[in-house]
Design a protein around this ligand. Structure first.
Ligand code: NI
Ligand code: MN
Length: 222
């Protein structure tokens, strides 16, 4: 399958038969790169903040894709006319293309209009024999060791921009606790409070973890 970095915390997964968007904040991010004609069947959203819920509702309404997110945020999306299904931490939802496990994230959540959006989550996404951990917005927490033990993700997508999430120092430890083989950094350099030098991550990350600092629009094959 193909994993494309759209920008910020937004990704697009293309399996043989399905297209999956994660945290699709696209129209408000001038750095984002994504082909709007891509196949979209499912949209995964980690929490209600605008830089994650993003364009999920209008894209779901336009394409007929289903939003999968935390129960309360799923209700919020349904009320606005999008197809949505809810889950919560510990739950696993099965799709035609694979499955998604909801895991913890240490952060906050609400919608732009102040609605309660449930808690924030991360996802273990399994498709075509590959496990991807999208951490959402989070600080480091010691149960990342548990996530590593239970799910041994092949690739981890970790926020590194600080201010609202982990910084580089925490992400370096988190990647090791997760037993990551590959790391894609996210949630950095989108706006000034999360500006960092990605070279610092390259310098600090152990050499047995491959750093894939993708530019918006770049893809890798998994
Ligand atoms: Ni957030
Ligand atoms: Mn965020």
């Amino acid at each position: 399958m193909e994993l494309q970095y759209i920008g910020h915390s937004a990704f697009y997964i293309k399996t043989k038969n399905a297209g999956i968007l994660i945290d699709p904040a696209i129209s408000d991010n001038p750095l984002a790169k994504f082909d709007p004609n891509s196949q979209i069947d499912d949209i995964l959203v980690t929490h209600g903040h605008a830089d994650h819920l993003g364009d999920a509702i209008p894209i779901a309404k336009k394409t007929g894709a289903t939003i999968t997110t935390v129960h309360e945020l799923a209700l919020f999306c349904s009320k606005r006319g999008a197809k949505a299904q809810g889950g919560n931490i510990g739950g696993k939802i099965t799709f035609s293309w694979g499955n998604v496990r909801f895991v913890n994230a240490l952060h906050s959540s609400s919608t732009v209009d102040g609605a309660y959006a449930g808690g924030p989550v991360g996802f273990i996404i399994e498709a075509e024999g590959t496990k991807i951990y999208h951490a959402g917005d989070t600080g480091i927490f010691r149960d990342m060791k548990t996530i590593g033990e239970l799910y041994a993700p092949d690739i981890v997508l970790l926020p590194v921009g600080s201010t609202y999430t982990m910084d580089i120092e925490e992400a370096v430890v988190a990647a090791q606790w997760l037993k990551a083989k590959k790391l894609i950094p996210m949630h950095y350099n989108t706006f000034p409070p999360i500006a960092i030098e990605i070279q610092e991550l390259k310098d600090k990350l152990p050499k047995d973890i491959e750093l894939l600092a993708l530019k918006p629009g770049e893809s890798i094959q998994l």
